[in-house]
Design a binder for this molecule. Structure first.
Ligand code: ADP
Length: 543
């Protein structure tokens, strides 16, 4: 027997319509590429998104067409999110920090029809324009006064495009499983792979991230997504915030510590989200300037492991609660968020802190399991460590235009490539990416744990632990470290710092000090580059 409930598809345009009607006072504040702060409210954003959609129809955009964006977090980018997807076309957010050959690969693989770009990325596009055979034209996300001189063909000014259109539209209604947006993983090995979200997955994920035991977004919050809108839809906040009517603050091109502190203070930001590197820069700035971020109640940190020392500094010195979170492009991205359960009140302060450092627990909508090498499920005892697999309505079932996916070998599950343990209360702790684990004499060593300890040392700015080949043990951990300017820290002193923190055999064999560590386009440590450079340093020279 079927239920007698209305069969209304879950569409992204419904978030926009709801926000325009129900959150008339909700503000969207953007730092622009052109310079000044721009502000307007949800109804105006919705009206301009409608103008954009009408303009896209005028440009001949059809349902299913891919429209690429190279843009920072800003109001025009938010209009594209809704104007494009609302029509049933696919908003393809491109990471402008990728190598030019990866960007052209992605644009051609996605077969993007039009590209919308912030002024910052015009040179990137100019350099690859002759390879972009399917692209009909380029829309500059600015007004006529700021239009650049460019060698790009078929250039249109965004504001001119909108000015010529009506702000009235009847948003089309279609199947909720229609593709809405596309985001490529950075592809540390091989080509980047496209994750194709649907309207249904996006709306369900938005509900998920707004739950109180998740990011807890609401109309009484002011949200600052520092995580870029080209990195998994700013972790879904670009949909979640309008759904509940949070004030939304978009940092544009300026994500340095000083600019972020000013934005947080000026706009009274209460909740933020971003990767650890961003927050390290903010904390450094606060330390050196003596400034504060008193309005900020909590920040969601994920994308790579958040060091314990960062969680402590935020909490103890600035009164900001850190919600550690884990996710992937393939999981929309939120998989787990660390929020305390009632039983945490009965724990000692130390135990509570240790629990808060784990990656977090599953939201309804994400089913997890950890498995051994024979694909047998392991117990949730907080000790057994295995390959993490997930499934759910916002987990990808395959990659765009790719027949084979080694991550989808077990039917109905997605293999994350991460290794971890889950405790009886459901808290996941990531040990490592499978490929970053260090195997020493048959025992695994977590590179994340070694890095977390290193950055807990006051003289260490950033650290990477990688496997180096070793004649006797197969692999041994080594550390590549950036220390604070002028610090006298030595290799011996740093290694001695590990003595009461890990078992003796887990202490790294060597420390290499350097000026800077390489990062991927999403701001993570590029271990591949480091391994290529340093994996031979423990071997005895031959001959
Ligand atoms: P990419 O780095 O490929 O662009 P993602 O942003 O999708 O793509 O990266 C997802 C990966 O980042 C996860 O598989 C995991 O290894 C790592 N990651 C994300 N959050 C955390 C976290 N809180 N702790 C440890 N690792 C994390």
């Amino acid at each position: 027997m079927r239920g007698l409930m209305m069969d209304q598809p879950l569409l992204i345009s419904s978030i926009l319509k709801f926000a325009a009607r129900n959150h008339v006072e909700g503000e969207i504040v953007s730092r622009t590429v052109e310079g000044p702060i721009h502000r307007y409210r949800y109804p105006e954003w919705a009206a301009r998104s409608a103008r954009l959609a009408n303009a896209l129809l005028g440009l001949g955009v059809n349902q299913g067409d891919r429209i690429g964006t190279l843009a920072w977090n800003g109001y025009r980018h938010l209009e594209l999110y809704y104007g494009v997807s609302g029509l049933g076309a696919v908003c393809h957010t491109i990471n402008p920090r990728l190598f030019p050959n990866q960007i052209s690969y992605i644009i051609n693989h996605a077969d993007d029809r039009w590209l919308f770009t912030d002024l910052s990325f015009v040179p990137v596009l100019e350099a690859i324009a002759d390879q972009l055979t399917g692209v009909k034209g380029f829309v500059m996300m600015t007004d006529s006064a700021h239009m650049p001189a460019t060698s790009l063909p078929n250039v249109i000014c965004y504001e001119d495009l909108l000015a010529a259109e009506s702000d009235q539209i009847e948003w089309p209604v279609f199947d909720e499983n229609t593709a809405s947006s596309l985001c490529y993983t950075s592809g540390t090995t091989g080509h980047p792979k496209g994750v194709l979200y649907s309207h249904r997955s996006t709306v369900l994920h938005s509900y998920g991230i707004c739950l109180p035991d998740s990011m807890g977004l609401s109309s009484s919050e002011c949200m600052l997504p520092v995580v870029p809108m080209f990195h998994v839809n700013a972790w879904g906040t670009a949909y979640g915030a309008p759904m509940v009517g949070s004030k939304l603050v978009l940092p544009g091109p300026r994500m340095d510590g000083e600019s972020l502190q000013a934005l947080i203070e000026d706009e009274s930001v209460t909740v933020a989200a971003g990767v650890p590197t961003i927050w390290a820069a903010l904390l450094n700035h606060l330390e050196s300037s003596g400034k504060r971020v008193d309005s900020l109640k909590r920040t969601i940190i994920g994308g790579s492991s958040c060091p314990e020392s960062m969680i402590r500094t935020f909490q103890d010195r600035y009164g900001v609660r850190v919600l550690h979170a884990w996710g992937m492009t393939e999981t929309s991205p939120i998989g787990v968020v660390n929020t305390p359960k009632l039983f945490a009140d009965t724990l000692s302060e130390e135990q509570r802190f240790a629990l808060g450092c784990k990656q977090g627990r599953g939201l309804f909508g994400i089913e997890m399991k950890i498995t051994d090498d024979d694909d047998r499920a392991l117990p949730w005892d907080g000790i057994a460590m295995g390959k993490l697999k997930v499934r759910g309505p916002w987990v990808c079932s395959g990659y765009y235009q790719l027949d084979q996916s080694s991550a989808h070998q077990e039917p109905g599950w997605f293999e994350t490539g991460d290794v971890g343990s889950i405790d009886p209360h459901g808290y996941l702790q990531i040990t490592d990416r499978t490929k970053d684990l260090i195997k020493s004499g048959g025992e695994w060593i977590s590179s994340i744990e070694l890095e977390n300890i290193a950055v807990g040392h006051p003289d260490v700015v950033e650290a990477a632990a990688i496997a180096a080949r070793d004649d006797r043990w197969g692999e041994r951990p080594i550390l590549i470290v950036v220390k604070t300017e002028g610090s006298p820290l030595t290799e011996a002193a740093l290694l001695a710092y590990y003595e009461d923190k890990v078992a003796k055999w887990q202490i790294p064999n060597a420390v290499v000090f350097c000026e800077e560590l390489p990062h991927t386009a999403t701001g993570k440590l590029s271990k591949l580059t480091l391994r290529e450079k340093y994996e031979g340093i423990l071997e005895t020279p031959k001959g």
